[in-house]
Write a new protein. Sequence first.
Lengths: 304, 329
Amino acid sequence: MKQVTLSVKDLKKKIGDREIIKGIDFELKEGEVFGFLGPNGAGKTTTIRMLVGLIKPSSGSIKICGYDVRKDFTKAMQHMGCIVENPELYPFLSGWDNLLHFARMLPNVGKQRITEVVELVGLQARIHDKVKTYSLGMRQRLGIAQAMLNSPKLLILDEPTNGLDPAGIREMRQFIRKLAEEEGMSVLVSSHLLGEIQQLCDRVAIIKSGEIIQTDTVESLLATQERILWRVEPLQKGVEILGGFTEVIVDQTYIITAYDELETPEWNAALNRAGVKVHEMNRKLPGLEELFLQVTGGGGAGIE
Amino acid sequence: MLALNNLIQNEMMKLLAKKRLVIIGIIVGILVLMFTYAQFKQVEEQQKKLGTVDWRAALQQQIIDTQNRLSSNRMLDEWREQLEVGLKQQQYYLDNDINPSEPGAATFTRMFLENAIDLFIPLLIMIVASDLVSSENSQGTIKLLLTRPVKRWKILMSKYVTLLLSVSIIVAMTALLSYLLSGLVFGYQGWAAPVITGFELNGSDVDVSQVRLVEQWKFLMMDLGLVWLVAVVIGTLSFMLSVLVRSTPAGMGIMLAALISGAILNNMVSSWESAKYFFMVNLKLTTYISGSAPPIEGMTLLSSVITLLVWWLLALIVSFTAFTRKDVY
Ligand SMILES: Nc1ncnc2c1ncn2[C@@H]1O[C@H](COP(=O)(O)OP(=O)(O)OP(=O)(O)O)[C@@H](O)[C@H]1O
Ligand SMILES: [Mg+2]
């Protein structure tokens, strides 16, 4: 049994009269990268702020490695590292002094560990320069180094690739995978970049207007939405026949239907019997993007 | 349990990196030099008025005049006592060869502190206090600070201790700089010179029964203590605003408005009695021991100190309650 590093139960947050988070449940196991996917304003950052103890939930419970974030704050935080929104560190201190600052806030973290995390993120060359001279990518690395100081079991990253160039994004992705696979760390990543989540995460929760709509592995989320593209002749007759079995969408010369392991061969046989020529049958997994738009009901839906 | 001194070390590191104390030192230095020059000009002018008359002869003449007045019988006892005290002071100047209008660095420092207590020192303190917490907010570093395994009250406590340290450094630095710099012009003497203290105001009567001479260094220590107290109270109030108001300029603005309104009120509230509960009309603590009238009748050193302490305590309670409870967005 893999250890549960984060467990969230029925988490709610009301600001004023508005319920911003409406009851969220999920769990993270060790070695798992978990994606938090949702449009702007869905409540990702708000949820993460509750997880790390910056804001108080209206109700519900959050446990990090078994410690309740509200009741056992210091113990819970000892197992967690995070970057919330942007990697903001003290611009007037050097990278090293920033790390020293946060190391002093941890039990038993000394210079040696600081050197280790600096090497881990590859910032040795510039670590003694002032942070205000760093590029965004370097700040991002320093932020990660800071979050890694206490060798956390759970890493929480809010939009970790925000502002990085493609090479930086790839590097970050490989880095996060490495942490999960080699060090057995759980990583919670929020993003509205779908490709990002698709390549990075083992499991995804899709969140919209403060609710989790679906939680599943990336593969099975995609599989439920698998499509099949038909190119048949004559088109009109094909539409009639297939329309008798299932919902059809006509897209130029293609007919699109859902894919069903058992039914699809029957549909094909029916087409053959009616003398419709089937030129092409094409299974297609949707991109997470299409899935996302389907599930969340299109663009800009999050802003109410 | 994580030791508080680690956190204090952090706060001091940030304070020093921001070079706030250096800036304050420069401001104080410039101001002291300006006032030294002004004082020097004043002394020069007085000497011009006296012309060629030796100040010792003039002082001698004053002493004789006073003695003559004392020997006449038609005088209230209270006035007699006061004159005697003045006489002792003048005699001291003469015996020790001190020109009373050219008083030396110790006197300059005392006067500088007395004039700086209600506006200048509070402004210096605000430079440090008003962004101790709000700068973490505006930089976004508060998010890291509060997600580390340290209780929130401890983080605030480390900041408050840092504030107390800075306040002490600033007060000491102001006194030291004004002594060292003015001494260049006036000489470093004057520690033992007698200063009159002990006036008490009973209604509109001046009670002079307690009037006595105190050596200047003792007087200076009392002044320093009172300046420190005022500085701590102002620092704590700015600190509270820094917790409550996210933006540093807004917090500074509020504090500045309060201080300036205090300076104005001091000159016009004598008939608005309840104004004495405002902290800003209670800042000129040194006037009580040097003996000028308080802005509102019935105010005493004790009442002012108590008023300030009440404000201090409330500010501290509000700061800690707000900081440990608030949601950080
Ligand atoms: N301090 C606040 N007061 C009131 N409402 C807030 C506050 N902070 C956030 N909200 C609201 O909460 C909702 C969720 O915001 P949140 O920042 O969590 O979204 P998000 O999923 O992180 O979006 P994004 O992808 O844009 O970062 C939004 O509708 C927002 O308006
Ligand atoms: Mg966000």
